[in-house]
Design a protein around this ligand. Structure first.
Ligand SMILES: [Zn+2]
Length: 169
């Protein structure tokens, strides 16, 4: 993961050491503390970890970091996601290439948590993440448990259309 070639890349590049480090460090929480079935439900850890990666660039570099992340990861894949028959909740073996897997499972995670942040607000999102960690650390969480946990928060901003949009496939 931390191949020396990555040291040569500028920080705001997909293949940079900084990007890989941010992503892999976020897995210390999402996958290592809160476990999940990474073959059958890979979105649970990769989606939240990739959101953490985008969030890192936003917090580290401000608006330019956020814009840079979006222009290279999200803007380039959003049409692909819309038109691709695969869904972010599909199991790993259903994906035919790394590009497809990355777009659906990782980038859709960024879009999901961004949508959540827009709806419930940033403070609530961070509180949700803390509470998710506290509740599921040292355990394996399933997608069903994740959805039930989110629904259990009873956020007024999340109606059935939100759950339909993201989890119906
Ligand atoms: Zn990952």
């Amino acid at each position: 993961m931390m191949d020396s070639g990555r040291y040569q890349e500028a920080s705001l590049r997909n293949s940079s050491l900084e990007r890989s480090t941010a992503h892999e460090v976020a897995h210390q929480w999402w996958y290592n503390l809160v476990g999940n079935d990474q073959i059958n439900e890979p979105w649970l850890d990769e989606g939240i970890t990739e959101f953490a990666t985008a969030y890192y660039f936003e917090k580290r570099y401000g608006t330019p970091g956020r814009e840079s992340y979006y222009s290279r990861q999200v803007d380039t894949t959003i049409d692909f996601i819309k038109n691709n028959p695969r869904h972010m909740l599909d199991p790993l073996p259903d994906f035919t290439s790394h590009g497809e897997y990355f777009a659906e499972v990782y980038v859709s995670g960024v879009l999901f948590y961004e949508d959540l942040r827009i709806r419930i607000g940033e403070d609530e999102l961070l509180e949700f993440l803390r509470s998710y960690l506290e509740t599921f650390k040292y355990k394996n969480v399933s997608l069903q448990e994740f959805i039930e946990f989110l629904k259990g928060k009873n956020y007024e901003a999340l109606d059935e259309s939100f759950y339909d949009k993201w989890f119906n496939h």
